[in-house]
Write a protein that binds this ligand. Sequence first.
Ligand SMILES: Nc1ncnc2c1ncn2[C@@H]1O[C@H](COP(=O)(O)OP(=O)(O)OP(=O)(O)O)[C@@H](O)[C@H]1O
Ligand SMILES: [Mg+2]
Length: 333
Amino acid sequence: NMYKDEVGNLYKAKYSFDDLIGNNEAFRQAKKFACQVAQHTISTVLLCGESGTGKELFAQAIHNESSRSRFPFLRINCAAIPENLLEAELFGYEEGAFTGAKKGGKPGKFELANGGTIFLDEIGEMTLTMQSKLLVVLQEQEIERLGGSHPIKVNVRVIAASNKNLEHMIESGIFREDLYYRLNVVRIDLPPLRKRIDDIPLLCQHIIKRLNCCLNTSIKEISSPALEMLGSYTWPGNIRELENVMERAIILADMEKTQVLDQRHFVFIKKQLDLCRAAHEQQGLKSAVREFERDLIEKALQDSNYDRVRAAELLGIDLSTLYRKLKKYGYPA
Ligand SMILES: Nc1ncnc2c1ncn2[C@@H]1O[C@H](COP(=O)(O)OP(=O)(O)OP(=O)(O)O)[C@@H](O)[C@H]1O
Ligand SMILES: [Mg+2]
């Protein structure tokens, strides 16, 4: 069946668990759990983690590790598609379902993925209406095409991902609690990079190898001071950001004709850390000023025998200002 073969090739997952680099404890736990879950091919999986933590990689690895691997893996980004199109994308439509509907209708992703896995990325962006439709599909294991008149049985595992806090979204009334509980049965939390900085050396090695290939460069290693610097950054964009930062560093080093990545090749990180440090120092200045002010006030109080009117005169400030400051520094009223 040629059509099926083609679909299979088109919708293949590239990554396996071997592509998931990391020895950090929390990361290894997540990986181990995902690996076990892969075998339970009917349970829905929820992947939670910040942007760039590897949700897509995990979804693909779970699919490839499962007995569904010879069936399609389809990804759909719920944030990128408007609601009316999303429904047609997921569930398909019959001929004449709406103006512009294709002749003969069109199968949706759930039908195309039959036997395999569907990866619903950024599930938090789904509208409430779509959320309830999805819940029905999960419960009934069947879909109905737009404009269709009969349900179609589907055997698809759903892996959902979110970089938003779904619990908060439930509280604000924009995510359905019942869908959340349905998805949350098997939940895998991917740690952010700043909580697994022990993995940075290994990840860097891996990225260098891969980028040497893509960029046709021959970088050999990364210096310890540079690694240390990367470890003190917070990585809001996680591993994707690390990849981008490494790419720039490799290009800079290559232009310099050196094979070792050093601190100076990580211009952006250096700048960010400097800004951070400056902010800290400013904090230091503020508390130094407070301390100085407090000492001056104490001295004026002593010199005036704790006569506050006289102390305010000595300090050259209004009495009300003095009272405000005394309160600030915890003097009894
Ligand atoms: N453990 C890992 N080992 C190696 N590479 C990783 C790992 N985790 C993530 N990556 C790489 O980081 C990049 C981001 O991963 P991925 O696209 O899976 O993140 P994501 O969680 O889906 O992010 P987003 O929420 O922004 O879509 C990819 O290029 C991927 O190859
Ligand atoms: Mg993603």
